[in-house]
Design a protein around this ligand. Structure first.
Ligand code: CP
Ligand code: NVA
Length: 308
């Protein structure tokens, strides 16, 4: 049984196999004769619980659809409607759910909740985002980059803005997939030292550059995310916007990267804040491919978890 908790906790060869399988499954669906049904049903007879303690569009729909495409069944549960939201412990919830379902995906706040769920569940647990990381997103992003530009190994990725949960999983991926990452943003919002250290230890070149224009020089990929994440207090909005304004990804900033650099954003985006519509809807943007690839990448993650 495999839990998918974080990219740096998963073996690089197995991560690579998941990306390759995701691409193959995507292609197989595209190649199906018109009107043909999914014939690959590795999750037949399996039930997956999808727990959300935070809002979601992509994670919720892509996991639900992915399970069904593979012949399984899913139930979407809201944390606040469960006893979990009314004092039942995570450990007891994990042990109870494991008696009913074959796999659990959870989106939560504190990473400790995910870890406790994994410790006490006797079925695989998948991280659907915590305040600290978002590994499923980055699996989709690696698949997306490689579909457009080939291997991400040795490429320069620039993260612009808040060194948040999605940035953390990019740092984990840098170490595991062998690419370099430059962070450009205010020092108050730097990524955690621990994550920078892990990527460096794995051999990636990790640079902190406060000047956004300098940071993007030679970039193969520029990534932005919301300036205020779901776990950030709305009262910090004005302060954060003031700190981050200089890190907006716009056409001018993109012009300092490589001419064929891609732009990514996990979505949901705040247009004209962290990124302009001109970039989001422009020729270098692959944001909707990323959203689609959540489906394909997570199908491979689920198969790996279940060993099917
Ligand atoms: N990117 C992402 O995880 O989107 P949702 O919050 O809509 O799931
Ligand atoms: N950093 C964002 C990602 C949303 C998918 C958040 O945590 O709200």
């Amino acid at each position: 049984m495999n839990h998918f908790l974080d990219i740096h906790k998963t073996n690089p060869d197995e991560l690579r196999a998941m990306i390759d399988q995701a691409g193959a499954m995507k292609q197989a669906r595209l190649d199906r004769p018109k009107g043909a049904l999914d014939d690959d049903q590795p999750l037949a007879g399996r039930m997956v619980a999808l727990i959300f303690e935070k809002p979601s569009t992509r994670t919720r729909v892509s996991f639900d659809v992915g399970v069904r495409q593979m012949g399984g069944q899913s139930m979407v549960l809201s944390g606040s409607d469960m006893q979990l939201g009314h004092g039942e412990t995570i450990a007891d919830t994990a042990r109870v759910l494991s008696r009913y379902v074959d796999m659990i995906m959870i989106r939560t706040f504190d990473e400790a909740v995910l870890m406790e769920m994994a410790e006490y569940a006797s079925v695989p647990v998948i991280n659907g985002l915590t305040d600290r990381t978002h590994p499923c997103q980055i699996m989709a992003d690696i698949l997306t980059y490689e579909e457009h530009r080939g291997s991400i190994k040795g490429k320069k990725v620039v993260w612009a803005g808040d060194g948040n949960n999605v940035c953390a999983s990019f740092l984990h991926a840098a170490g595991q997939f062998g690419f370099d990452l430059t962070f450009t943003g205010p020092s108050q919002l730097d990524p955690e030292d621990e994550f920078i250290g892990l990527a460096r230890k794995a051999g990636s070149k990790i640079v902190i550059e406060r000047d956004a224009q300098k940071a993007v020089e030679g970039a193969d990929l520029i990534v932005a995310d919301t300036w205020i994440s779901m776990h950030d207090s709305q009262s910090s909005k004005e302060r954060r916007h003031n700190m981050l304004r200089g890190y907006q990804v716009n056409k001018e900033l993109m012009s300092h990267a490589k001419p064929d650099a891609l732009f990514m954003h996990c979505l949901p985006a705040h247009r004209e804040e962290e990124v302009t519509s001109e970039v989001m809807d422009g020729p270098q943007s692959v944001i909707f491919d990323e959203a689609e690839n959540r489906l394909h990448a997570q199908k491979a993650v689920m198969r790996w978890c279940l060993g099917v």
